[in-house]
Design a protein around this ligand. Structure first.
Ligand code: HEM
Length: 123
């Protein structure tokens, strides 16, 4: 089951949805709801890293450099989601984090769909 990319895709799609739900709750002043969704999102970070890490250890022999970059980019997407939510709670500016989040997400999606396992939209 972990050999295919389905579980990995499911986990990062759910993580992205939870991220935007947490943002919406923050913007509507629902601190408690935001806290709960943020906690669930953190669990999904672990699932994304676990499913991605499994694919990495299983297939990185195909192209160690590109799979290494995919690993790093995936972790960066998670890091920027977390930094946006934490900085929002602290009332700090999130502009730079948003730019970095969008760039790293686009690069991750492009590279993920380009790499040979699963869907190959860009080949
Ligand atoms: C939110 C963060 C992430 C996003 C949006 C993301 C996105 C993707 C996408 C679009 C694919 C291609 C799926 C397919 O072709 O069927 C993929 C595959 C993969 N991801 Fe992620 N990923 C994320 C996090 C991670 C992390 C943290 C790791 C490593 C720990 C990782 C490692 C991999 C590997 C090794 C593959 C297989 C590449 C291939 O298609 O050959 N990803 N990911």
């Amino acid at each position: 089951m972990l050999d295919s990319t389905h579980l990995h895709i499911t986990s990062w799609v759910i993580a992205l949805i939870l991220f935007f739900v947490a943002l919406a709750l923050h913007n509507s002043g629902q601190a408690k709801g935001n806290k709960i969704v943020h906690m669930v999102l953190r669990l999904f970070y672990v699932v994304v890293i676990f499913t991605g890490g499994y694919l990495f250890f299983e297939y990185s022999d195909i192209n160690a450099a590109l799979y290494g970059v995919k690993f790093l980019l995936g972790v960066l997407v998670i890091a920027f989601m977390e930094m946006i939510l934490v900085r929002l709670k602290k009332g700090k500016s999130t502009k730079v984090m948003w730019i970095l989040f969008v760039i790293s997400l686009l690069c991750t999606l492009y590279l993920g769909f380009r790499l040979p396992i699963g869907f190959n939209f860009f080949m």
